[in-house]
Design a binder for this molecule. Structure first.
Ligand SMILES: CSCCC(=O)C(=O)COP(=O)(O)O
Ligand SMILES: [Zn+2]
Length: 215
């Protein structure tokens, strides 16, 4: 065992791991994390994040299923493999000091919407009261275009696409085609609010599409 203390606050890590586990279990119970999919993280400090270990059943997470990475995506003080999508988390923590929590889920609604709207490159959410759930919005009289990125197993490809989108304007999340949704916020409460707003609004768009196709 090493005598060198870890380069992060161990008490803060335990606190954040507890919060992650409670929230991830709730999301798993909603059916948003099938077949070990999805990954989740919290900023620990200005160089480290707590993130889920790759491949774990998100409905049965324990404290040992949360590990620490630096903002290069390298494991810190752990032999586990961090989420395969770690780079998509660390790029946001690096770029935005205000982001404290990132949630990535694979709900049926998110995945179906990503397929249906992939050709458009975005899903337009317009005129909904729930747009006010996104931090900084105070009216329904606006539109939010949720980007839909082509999927890739190469995280450098995906993260480069995300960087270009972030250069273009403010975002609260994005879809990846045939894959799922990324959403984030200052803390867990804000990230959950954004995630749940996306889920609700995407569901509305899918239902509207279904109903309009009948008439
Ligand atoms: C069987 S899920 C495929 C990988 C994925 O999309 C995901 O969200 C989970 O990957 P992780 O390495 O974070 O477990
Ligand atoms: Zn995924």
């Amino acid at each position: 065992m090493s005598d060198t203390p870890p380069p992060y606050d161990v008490h803060r890590l335990r606190e954040l791991a507890g919060e992650l586990i409670v929230n991830i279990r709730e999301l798993a119970q909603s059916g948003w994390t099938p077949a070990t999919s999805s990954n989740f993280s919290r900023r620990l400090d200005d160089r480290h994040a707590a993130i889920t270990v790759s491949g774990r059943d998100k409905g049965k997470l324990k404290e040992g299923d949360i590990m620490v990475v630096d903002f290069d995506g390298l494991a810190v003080g752990s032999d586990h493999r961090p989420s395969a999508e770690t780079l998509l988390h660390t790029q946001l923590y690096r770029r935005f000091p205000d982001i404290g929590c990132i949630l990535h889920t694979h709900s049926p609604t998110q995945t179906i919407a990503s397929r249906l709207f992939a050709a458009d490159g975005h899903v337009r959410l317009e005129g909904y009261e729930l747009l006010k759930a996104f931090a900084g919005n105070s009216t329904h009289e606006m539109a939010v275009d949720v980007p839909v990125l082509p999927n890739s197993q190469d995280m450098t490809v995906l993260s480069a696409q995300v960087e270009s989108l972030l250069d273009a304007g403010p975002m609260w999340g994005y879809l990846i085609d045939g894959h799922g949704l990324y959403a984030w916020g200052r803390d867990m409460a804000e990230a959950r609010r954004h995630l749940e707003a996306f889920e609700f609004l995407l569901h509305c768009e899918l239902e509207l599409r279904r109903l309009r196709a009948r008439h």
